[in-house]
Design a binder for this molecule. Structure first.
Ligand SMILES: *Cc1c(COP(=O)(O)O)cnc(C)c1O
Length: 414
């Protein structure tokens, strides 16, 4: 091997699914058999067993007193949310539509919380009626909830979503610190808390969410203890003791060459010390972390069939029936600055005799519809199945399905 070759970063090994007779196995079913069962490509498949394993892994790594919530915007498929509801301690929703799915899933309404800027009056009315915890993001929401409480006589359970005075370092997507549309700036929170007290709303705690897709444990640890300290400081202005402290999440998964799985050990150790501090400094508070991507991302794949195989000026193109209209993130158009390849495989040729350098593209009339850019894959032909790993989060519902009018995609939980 030459020195220059050794430098090339590779994808973290995708070992979550087993391989049998050269085929990837999902939920105990070989991929081509699953494709026959689904009745079409493209489809997303999510593996129940892997979802349960991931929750179990977190329970082992984190202190027992930490509550684990599922942020369902990562994957709101109703069957999957039902499955998750039986595994985690609560569900975080970000719209009235998600609230309906969370309630249908049978999760305890007391353990459902609702965050998001621009909650409509209708959404707030529904949230109050459902008796869930509402993470307040503005002064307007306080006034609106006071009106709703007066009109309906129902108690409004609220927490304050704080836009912290620090950022989550090394995060794929920052959602706190600096000027943000999320939450209320830490500096304004004492005034907001006074307003909540005057309105007689049921204050229950704080919610801080600094950002998403972070693979650096030290950055997550720092954000969590800074969040704790900030909440402790703000709790001095609160009208009643803090019962919930949601410290956010942002745990990332490896997508691109050179990225590694997150080391949970330092995060678990830090949460243990925060739980210890909470027991004396904030004795009524339950500590919560909310995770979306980390819980579901690695348990899902996106599967499409090769429709055509072409060569253009020395480059091989595999054209599939799936593309960015179903999986925007894999095409590089959902938040990435520089397009990089997701991990990809030919799912029915997992132990190939021959590999070749190819690009995998979708059927859309745009050069953005690129699923793999010059990757080394098993030699593949029309009918073979292209698998994109790490597709359990921000896939199906985060993609522009109507763009170009191709057939809809299907999701299965196996
Ligand atoms: C999006 C979001 C999450 C989930 O983020 P992940 O990176 O998928 O874990 C959690 N909380 C809030 C408030 C969010 O907006």
């Amino acid at each position: 091997m030459q020195a220059s070759e050794r430098q090339v970063p590779t994808h973290a090994p995708m070992t979550q699914f087993s391989v049998n007779n050269g085929e990837l196995v999902i939920g105990g079913i070989p991929l081509s058999r699953l494709a026959a069962r689904v009745g079409q490509t493209p489809f997303y498949a999510y593996d129940r067993q892997l979802l349960a394993q991931r929750v179990a892994q977190l329970r082992t790594a984190l202190p027992a007193s930490i509550k684990l919530h599922y942020a369902m915007k990562a994957n709101p498929m109703p069957a999957l949310v039902c499955h998750m509801a039986g595994l985690v301690d609560g569900i975080d929703v970000a719209s009235g539509g998600e609230l309906k799915i969370a309630l249908d899933s049978g999760g305890d309404p007391h353990e459902i919380s609702f965050a998001g800027p621009g909650k409509s009056r209708d959404e707030l009315v529904r949230a109050v009626a459902a008796d869930i915890l509402i993470n307040i993001e503005s002064f307007r929401e306080v006034a609106e909830l006071a009106r709703i409480r007066n009109e309906t006589g129902c108690k409004a359970r609220i927490a304050v979503r704080v836009n912290p005075d620090f950022e989550l370092k090394s995060s794929g997507m920052k959602m706190g610190g600096g000027p943000k549309q999320f939450g209320v700036d830490a500096e304004q929170v004492p005034e907001l808390l006074a307003e909540i007290g005057r309105a007689g709303l049921a204050f229950e705690g704080f919610h801080l969410f600094a950002g998403s897709q972070n693979l650096k444990p030290e950055a997550i640890v720092e954000a969590q203890y800074k969040s704790f300290d900030l909440a402790l400081r703000l709790s001095q202005s609160a009208p009643s003791p803090v019962r919930f402290l949601n410290l956010g999440g942002g745990f990332g998964i490896p997508y691109f060459p050179g990225e590694q799985h997150l080391d949970l050990a330092p995060i678990g150790a830090n949460l243990a010390s925060l739980a210890e501090r909470a027991s004396s400094e904030m004795p009524n508070a339950e500590l919560v972390i909310e995770l979306g991507r980390y819980l579901v991302g690695e348990a899902g794949i996106y599967v499409s069939s090769i429709v055509d195989r072409k060569e253009s000026r020395g480059q091989i193109f595999l054209v599939t029936d799936g593309g960015l209209h179903h999986h925007l993130a894999a095409s590089g158009n959902f938040g990435q600055v520089i397009r990089k390849n997701y991990p990809v495989a030919i799912g029915n040729k997992m132990t190939p005799d021959k590999c070749e350098n190819v690009s995998v593209v979708g059927p859309l009339c745009t050069p953005l519809d690129l699923l793999a850019d010059r990757m080394e894959l098993a030699e593949a032909h029309p009918g073979d199945l292209v698998v994109i790993y790490q597709s359990g989060a921000y896939g199906f519902t985060a993609s522009p399905q109507a763009f170009l009018g191709h057939p809809a995609c299907i999701e299965v939980l196996v």
